[in-house]
Design a protein around this ligand. Structure first.
Ligand code: SAH
Length: 239
């Protein structure tokens, strides 16, 4: 637990006993279900703590914790076993969270963990970003749209930006190639109503590589034709 506390402190995040207990329960459920459901390749405590929990919480370097606590609407696209959405929700219980995931067995796990942790204001949705982006109850509805390890830019921008409200933002967690990838996609981002605000570098203890938070502001409405139907953003990336 000391490692988690000090790792969080390095990110300027203070954790309470309750946060630590929740993260511990989450870890146990994740590893218990992993044998049947194949949720993550990382299963040792230190690995999960750094690469899943702290990496998820590092989003707070770009997203105000106060805004989340005040009830910000957040959607985590392609959340997998809940990253980065669930660690953020555990630490900022005031936020309204949607966990979107295309694989049914993962949403089964997410529903279980949300129940176990007694988290409120979390909706687990089994579906695809391309569908939700065209659904009136989700399109341009979110203050923050977040994603980690889902797909590369530009398809990633077509998944995320339609869901952000004008004045809201999208955040993509990326590795070393972030700047090059984003730079090559700036026109596509603009077509979707987005504008790159900045890239925030993140150093996590024990990890050699620098991680990046790519933050895009939603500055204009996304044209109606985006996102295109499922599979198209990946098959025919916007240029
Ligand atoms: N964000 C998690 C999972 C990454 S794996 C993490 O960082 O650990 C990518 C996940 O995105 C997979 O679970 C996959 O099912 C989901 N996914 C891929 N394309 C998607 C789409 N178009 N809509 C919703 N989920 C998608």
């Amino acid at each position: 637990m000391d490692l988690l506390l000090s790792g969080a402190r390095e990110l300027n995040i203070s954790l309470t006993e309750r946060h630590l207990t929740c993260l511990e329960v989450y870890y146990h459920e994740l590893t218990a279900w992993n044998q049947r459901f194949n949720l993550t390749a990382i299963t040792d405590w230190e690995g999960v703590l750094v690469r899943h929990f702290l990496d998820s919480l590092s989003c707070l370097k770009a997203i105000s914790r106060q805004a989340l606590e005040a009830g910000a609407r957040v959607i985590d696209v392609g959340t997998g076993a809940g990253f980065p959405g669930l660690p953020l929700k555990i630490v900022c219980p005031g936020m309204q969270l949607v966990l979107l995931e295309a694989t049914h067995k993962k949403t089964t796990f997410l529903e279980h963990v949300v129940r176990q942790l007694e988290l409120r204001d979390v909706q687990v949705i089994h579906g695809r970003a391309e569908e939700l982006g065209q659904s009136p109850s989700h399109r341009e509805r979110y203050d923050w749209v977040v994603a980690r390890a889902v797909i590369e830019f530009p398809p990633l921008a077509e998944y995320l930006l339609p869901l952000a409200r004008i004045g809201g933002a999208a955040l993509a967690q990326k590795g070393e190639g972030a700047a090059v990838e984003v730079h090559a996609s700036e026109e596509a981002i603009q077509k979707l109503g987005g504008r790159v605000r900045y890239l925030v570098p993140v150093e996590l203890r024990g990890l050699a590589e620098t991680r990046y938070l790519v933050v895009m502001d939603k500055v204009a409405a996304t044209p109606e034709k985006y996102p295109r139907r499922s599979g198209m953003p990946k098959k025919h990336p916007l240029v």
